[in-house]
Design a protein around this ligand. Structure first.
Ligand SMILES: Cc1cc2nc3c(=O)[nH]c(=O)nc-3n(C[C@H](O)[C@H](O)[C@H](O)COP(=O)(O)OP(=O)(O)OC[C@H]3O[C@@H](n4cnc5c(N)ncnc54)[C@H](O)[C@@H]3O)c2cc1C
Length: 473
């Protein structure tokens, strides 16, 4: 029976998408039931690769009529299990063929893109024209798409000065679960040409853009996004600062971040983490416990240099010193290629989340106690502790345990679960949620908040077809 429905569905979708963009091959379905996390998903029945917003609208109308669950996906680089279907027989919409730059507007300094474009492609295309993005993508930006990041609240490159992916959006084009197409921000006017009107996010009515940002694909499918752009900087400065005391380093980090001095500030939070990414520093400098690396981008060299000196002044006040620029340079210039090498340590059991900068020392202390309890090192598991400055003044903490010995998976699993409890208890909040964080978030959520979210979901998607069961919706 399922097979018959599938055949019918497949030929209906192929009629406008082309048969090469519709697949029910078993190996394709299996691969789409997974993402880059350790979680497993349910098997979809069909995968499609549309090229236009109208295609997606048509697909959603068909899915609504036939009551088929739909899961939108981008690069499937989620490491939180947000991409994988939670129910059987879903129709998966892969948006990675939607990669066009729709408009580069040098007047209002925005770029409007189809949301299937990857961050790395967009960055390179913009650089050729003399522009950069504010937020430049998660560190998985070789595969991660703009649409995936805006759906999953990504944080990453350029976040210290510009905030996360969602902070850099002016407006969206979204296909609603019933197939209707809407535009948000100053694009609400009912006239053509559409893109020219897209210069402000907050105007006239409520901010409907925010309704869809971070929805993990549950309220609508983002088909286009307008993002802020800036001129490519003429002055860049790098600096690595070493500390023998994490408390003091955290104070310097806070002062640099709260004064908005740098494009990116990133900390390696213990000796183990330094050994993974900048080991030579530890043989050169004694008592090096953590490193704060900063990258400054400015309109000219002189301003960048002055800001660098100012950062150094702050660092000295807290007992740190300048140790070079290897880490900051490697971090910035390798960008999306930097962290991939860490897969050599084993599969990632990550716990990325956001928190106040001041809570880093207690988190690191508790993690070290946990590592001791589970004898992580002795059992062959490595880890990294890193923290990135975000937005106005908080941090994205990244403690990842690497699965060195696959036979001891149960042990890592226990430590990983306990670590997430600790992180939530110590003031942490997840950004991309997925299966990784949902149980921890839903256990603690205010009933009125989740109640409203459920009402909104019901209003937009009464048959609960779009990515069902995410956030238990
Ligand atoms: C090596 C590596 C490093 C990483 N580093 C970071 C990092 O620094 N910061 C970070 O935040 N993440 C990081 N990630 C995770 C991942 O790269 C990001 O979350 C990325 O934004 C996901 O984009 P994607 O296109 O792969 O989305 P997917 O994984 O395909 O989807 C993510 C979520 O968005 C939904 N979705 C996707 N596209 C749409 C759309 N157009 N409309 C509506 N819903 C949609 C999906 O249903 C899913 O819920 C990393 C991953 C890897 C493998």
């Amino acid at each position: 029976m399922v097979l018959e429905i599938n055949k019918e569905l497949s030929s209906e979708l192929s009629s406008f998408l082309g048969s090469e963009n519709v697949s029910s091959e078993k190996f394709i379905l299996i691969s789409y039931s997974e993402d880059a996390s350790p979680f497993e998903g349910n098997l979809p029945q069909i995968v499609v690769r549309p090229e236009t917003t109208e295609h997606i609208s048509k697909i959603m109308k068909i899915a609504t009529e036939k009551q088929i669950p739909v899961v939108p996906v981008g690069g499937r680089s989620s490491i939180s299990g947000s991409t994988i279907p939670r129910v059987d027989n879903a129709l998966m919409i892969d948006i990675t063929k939607m990669t066009k730059i729709l408009e580069l507007n040098e007047d209002i300094m925005t770029v409007t893109v189809q949301t299937g474009i990857t961050w790395s492609e967009l960055i390179h295309l913009l650089k050729e024209k003399g522009y950069k993005l504010g937020f430049r993508g998660p560190y998985g930006g070789n595969a991660g798409t703009v649409g995936g990041s805006l759906s999953a609240n990504s944080i990453g490159c350029g976040a210290s000065a510009n905030g996360g992916a969602c902070d850099n959006v002016i407006g969206l084009e979204v296909v609603l679960p019933n197939g209707e197409i809407i535009k948000t921000g100053s694009n609400w006017k009912n006239k053509e040409p559409i893109m020219r009107e897209n210069f402000a996010r907050y105007c006239t009515f409520n901010d409907l853009t925010g309704l869809f940002l971070g929805d993990h694909g549950t309220l609508g499918i983002k088909t286009a996004a307008t993002l802020k752009i800036f001129p490519v900087p003429k002055g860049v400065a790098y600096a690595d600062f070493g500390f023998s005391n994490l408390e003091q380093a955290t104070k310097a980090f806070h002062e640099i971040q709260s004064n908005h001095l740098v494009e990116e500030a990133v900390m390696l939070g213990d000796t183990n983490s330094i050994d993974l990414l900048a080991s030579s520093y530890r043989s050169t400098f004694k008592n090096l416990d953590c490193i704060l690396a900063v990258i400054i981008e400015e309109v000219d060299e002189e301003i960048a240099k002055i800001k660098r000196e100012y950062c150094e002044k702050i660092v000295r006040k807290y007992g740190g010193k300048s140790i070079g620029m290897f880490l900051s340079k490697a971090h910035w210039l390798n960008m999306f290629n930097l962290v991939q090498s860490l897969f050599e340590e084993g599969f990632w059991y990550n716990t990325c989340h956001i928190r106040p900068i001041s809570t880093l020392p207690i988190l690191v202390e508790k993690f070290h106690a946990l590592a001791n309890k589970y004898q992580l090192k002795e059992n062959g598991f490595n880890w990294i502790i890193s923290a990135l400055g975000v937005d106005h003044c908080f941090t994205s903490g990244w403690i990842t345990i690497f699965l060195g010995d696959k036979n001891k998976k149960d042990l890592v699993y226990k430590a990983w679960e306990e670590l997430r409890e600790i992180e939530m208890e110590l003031g942490g909040v997840p950004y991309w949620t997925g299966k990784l964080w949902e149980p921890y978030a839903l256990d603690r959520v205010n009933p009125s908040f989740i109640g409203l979210l459920k009402k909104l979901k019901k209003a937009l998607d009464p048959k609960n077809l779009l990515h069902p069961m995410v956030f238990e919706l």
